[in-house]
Write a protein that binds this ligand. Structure first.
Ligand SMILES: NC(=O)c1ccc[n+]([C@@H]2O[C@H](COP(=O)([O-])OP(=O)(O)OC[C@H]3O[C@@H](n4cnc5c(N)ncnc54)[C@H](O)[C@@H]3O)[C@@H](O)[C@H]2O)c1
Length: 252
């Protein structure tokens, strides 16, 4: 019998962007398991509703495009109407495209920048006034091991956004340092989700597993648990940091 997780997030309200699937879905479940109320945002409404239903009354679905300022405002409004405030923001929404630079279209570069990076700006800007007013907030931004070692298989635009997420995190951490809001990044290694299954051919996957000292891909819940730590009071003295959860794929 597994023990119930300690309720480190009791009374907290979290928004998880791209929370309907994969890593975001696991983050939403882990935050709820620790007592948080969770707002599951996803551009895929069905995924958002399915995940919120799976969690139960502690969660609501808030479909919307994380790269659209109107949708982001609507998600934050819904969160406040349902749960009164937002304490935790997880900027997780993201997409990848395994396209070599010479085949990459300008509009695809722009779209990926908007979904992977601008979304973090829009969501952070929307929740920060309330966090600053209450003197408390936790923002966690999803980067990747590719920010450190380059994308093995993903596009140049993907690798660029994941490095950009670290710059965003470090700069916002400094700007928020006196407000009670901490801002940290999580940099997962290769996690067994649809994003990887869709974009990584089997031969690359096998080579990657050989290169990972722990000898396997990560499970989404292992990233969820690390985010739950960053979102808790246990991480009160961390800001501007990057938590690498990668099985030793990049050690630095
Ligand atoms: N899987 C990995 O190995 C890995 C490694 C490092 C970092 N990451 C990052 O983790 C995050 C989640 O990746 P994943 O593997 O779970 O992917 P996934 O494709 O399984 O899930 C991503 C979710 O985001 C949603 N989404 C996409 N665009 C959106 C938008 N504009 N607005 C709102 N929601 C949107 C999708 O519908 C989907 O439900 C991404 O930022 C990704 O870059 C993944």
């Amino acid at each position: 019998m597994s023990a119930e997780p300690i309720q480190t997030l009791r009374g907290r309200v979290a928004i998880v962007s791209g929370g309907g699937n994969g890593i975001g879905g696991a983050i939403a479940s882990e935050l709820a398991a620790r007592g948080a109320k969770v707002v599951v945002n996803d551009i895929d409404a069905e995924r958002a509703h399915r995940k919120a239903a799976e969690i139960g009354p502690a969660a609501i679905a808030a479909p919307g495009d994380a790269s659209s300022s109107a949708d982001v405002r609507a998600v934050v409004t819904l969160a406040i109407e349902a749960f009164g405030k937002v304490d935790i923001l997880v900027n997780n929404a993201g997409m990848d495209q395994a396209v070599p630079i010479l085949d990459l279209k300008e509009e695809d570069w722009d779209r990926l920048m908007a979904v992977n990076l601008k979304s973090a700006f829009l969501f952070s800007k929307a929740v920060l006034p309330g966090m600053i007013e209450r003197g408390y907030g936790r923002i966690v931004c999803t980067s990747s091991v590719v920010a450190h070692r380059g994308a093995m298989n993903g596009g140049i635009h993907y690798g660029t956004t994941k490095g950009g997420m670290l710059g965003f995190t470090r700069t916002l951490a400094r700007q928020m340092a006196k407000t009670g809001v901490t801002v940290n990044a999580i940099a997962p290694g290769v996690v067994d989700t649809d994003l990887i299954r869709t974009h990584m051919p089997d031969d690359v996957r096998e080579q990657v597993i050989k290169d990972i000292p722990l000898g396997r891909l990560a499970e989404p819940f292992e990233i969820g648990r690390a985010v739950a730590f960053l979102a808790s009071d246990d991480a009160a003295y961390m800001t501007g940091a990057t938590l690498n959860v990668n099985g030793g794929f990049w050690i630095g």
